[in-house]
Design a protein around this ligand. Structure first.
Ligand code: SAM
Length: 321
């Protein structure tokens, strides 16, 4: 069951979409005065080394965050101190604010990268728990769930180093089941991030069933689901089911999809079929902040320009209320 390790995938194009959107959500939701409860049902290890064994063998960051950095030329640190302005380079437009915020967060964790802007100096990649934690203020709470024994151990150790005490709780429990315990939250403000690996088929129906139950328990929470766009009926059905449940519950929704390449199977020189790797992924959000669509409208075309691997690169952004 547990063959999936996010370390192989850290910083890939799906993470660029996922984490840019997550930062925009956290930034908005933590502006209010009332306490926010963040529940991350599938937390992963929290932090990943981009120069580690896993990422070197998988190398997916090469076509994700590293491509994003090298595709646009940013002003050297001395020119951009205190601001995140970009200078004209291979990528002519100023970077969209949501992508600037994403790179700023990476700079915060990688001082040498912040200083030089060199992709080679980007060594540490934050997973969703570290992104979420960065935005919390004293009154907010973060609940993290991770089932894999090794990733749970890494996550616990990484969170402990932050010295944030009881504000962040880590549990080796089923994140789907945990939702029942924490919804509705005490201050009636919550964001749920649901990011399974979908390595088992049952993840797809579980996402829609548990999101449906969560919306019934707490209708005004913000529910965020990442999903792969792959030629598989369950994957195809998932955003459709999430949309149906949002519409039935009378809640607004937003669906952002980033495609970086064709999903067609390829053949190598020997005529063997080669899997193309993940071609696209999506973020489905129920009760999105009203600012999110405009932010993604600016960021998604730039993600396509910087991350597309063939002429099939594209994005889609749909919403309803
Ligand atoms: N959210 C992380 C991020 O953005 O950095 C990545 C998470 S990764 C895609 C999915 C994780 O969920 C894996 O680490 C896997 O071990 C874990 N997992 C799988 N099933 C789970 C479950 N039912 N409850 C909690 N964690 C689970």
């Amino acid at each position: 069951m547990f063959s999936y390790r996010h370390a192989f995938h850290a910083g890939n194009h799906a993470d660029v979409l996922k984490h840019t959107t997550l930062i925009a959500l956290m930034k908005y939701l933590t502006q209010k005065d009332t306490a926010l409860t963040v529940i991350d049902t599938h937390a992963g290890a929290g932090l990943y080394r981009l120069d580690g064994d896993y990422t070197e063998t998988g190398g997916e960051a090469k076509d994700g965050i590293f491509r994003l950095i090298s595709g646009q030329k940013e002003a050297p640190a001395e020119e951009s101190k205190g601001s995140s302005a970009t200078k004209k380079g291979a990528f002519k437009d100023p970077l969209a604010p949501a992508l600037v915020n994403y790179l700023d967060l990476l700079r915060g964790l990688n001082p040498q990268f912040a200083e030089t802007g060199e992709a080679a100096h980007l060594k540490i990649y934050p997973g969703s728990p570290f992104i979420e934690q960065q935005f919390l203020s004293g009154r907010d709470k973060l609940k993290l769930f991770e089932l894999h024994p090794t990733d749970f151990k890494s996550l616990s150790g990484n969170i402990e180093q932050l010295g944030v005490g009881r504000q962040v709780a880590v549990a080796r429990e089923d994140g789907f089941e945990a939702l029942k315990t924490f919804l509705p939250p005490p201050a009636r403000r919550a964001m749920v991030f649901c990011d399974p690996s979908y390595e088992i088929k049952s993840d797809y129906p579980r996402v829609s069933a548990y999101m449906s139950d969560a919306v019934k328990r707490f209708a005004t929470g913000t529910y965020v689901v990442w999903y792969p766009v792959i030629p598989r009926p369950e994957a195809h059905d998932l955003p459709r089911k999430l949309k149906t449940l949002a519409v039935k519950a009378g809640r607004p929704w937003l669906n952002a999809v980033l495609t970086v390449k064709s999903s067609k199977l390829l053949t190598d020189e020997q005529g063997d079929v080669v899997r193309p790797g993940l071609p696209a992924s999506g973020m489905f959000i129920i009760n999105p902040p009203h600012t999110l669509k405009a932010e993604l409208q600016l960021a998604l075309p730039q993600m396509v320009a910087l991350l597309a691997q063939d002429r099939h690169g594209s994005f889609a952004l749909d919403s309803g209320s």
